[in-house]
Structures are given as structure tokens and as C-alpha cells.
Write a protein that binds this ligand. Structure first.
Ligand code: 5GP
Length: 122
């Protein structure tokens, strides 16, 4: 499958510095920042700096250095936010059925209150 990356998506603009963000952690290959519409007391988005549409795109085409950095960044943000003890949820929406709003890979880190069951009935 060919992945078509839209360089005008909002997270690409954040990476280029065209739109401000509330950065939590920046590494060589990743950026973590607070979601503009938080759905929990802690709601951080972690994105790779590379042009990847979705998790499956990233898993196929990213370098090992990018993948290692991204995984480590997600875990580090959980520790920085102090949510590893009470717990948290990671979500990565993809495509139409996943209701992905922004077509640049992102993992949501949600925490800070009981989050309920994972999915509501459709
Ligand atoms: P998705 O539905 O694609 O998984 O989630 C996209 C997320 O990006 C949403 O939670 C939304 O609130 C967040 N978002 C959209 N635009 C911006 C923005 O300009 N800045 C930040 N920090 N978050 C954004």
C-alpha cells in the first residue's frame, strides 16, 4: 500500500513551527505536546517528526532509530506526567473506521482519572 502523506496537516505545521504547541518533551525523532481539547486531566499527543500517516505506515517504513526513539518517548512522557502508578491509556486512531482527525501518526496518552471501558457500544 502507498501511504499519501499530506504535508499541510496540522501536526506537520506544528513540527515546522507554523503553529504553537505546549511541548512536554522533544527528542531527536519525536515531539510530545498537550492536546488542544483535552479529554482527561492528562492528555498528551506523541508524534514522530518523520512524515508518517499512521501506526502501520510508521511500523513499516520508519528507521529503527525512529521507532526506538518514539517508543521510549511515549514511556518517558508517562513517567514525566506521573501516571505510570495509577494507570493510563494509549490510543492511536487510524483511517476512517478509527476516526482519525489528523493524518500524521499520533499516540494519545490519556490519564488522571478512571477512563471507563475502552469502547462504547456503536
Ligand atoms: P485523532 O482523532 O486524529 O486521533 O486526534 C487528533 C487530536 O488532535 C484531537 O484530540 C485534537 O484535539 C487534537 N488537535 C487538533 N488540532 C490540534 C492543534 O492544533 N493543537 C493540538 N495541540 N492538538 C490538536
Amino acid at each position: 500500500m502507498a501511504y499519501a502523506y499530506d504535508p499541510d496537516n496540522i501536526f506537520a505545521k506544528i513540527l515546522r513551527g507554523e503553529i504553537p504547541n505546549d511541548t512536554v518533551l522533544e527528542t531527536e525523532h519525536s515531539l510530545a505536546f498537550r492536546d488542544i481539547r483535552p479529554q482527561a486531566p492528562t492528555h498528551v499527543l506523541v508524534i514522530p517528526k518523520g512524515s508518517y500517516v499512521s501506526f502501520d505506515h510508521f511500523a513499516r517504513d520508519a528507521t529503527e532509530a525512529e521507532i526506538l526513539d518514539y517508543m521510549r518517548t511515549i514511556g518517558e512522557v508517562c513517567r514525566m506526567e506521573g501516571v505510570e502508578e495509577d494507570g493510563f491509556r494509549l490510543i492511536s486512531n487510524a483511517g476512517g473506521h478509527g476516526v482519525q482527525e489528523v493524518p500524521h501518526l499520533h499516540v494519545h496518552i490519556l490519564a488522571g482519572r478512571p477512563l471507563g471501558r475502552m469502547l462504547q457500544p456503536a
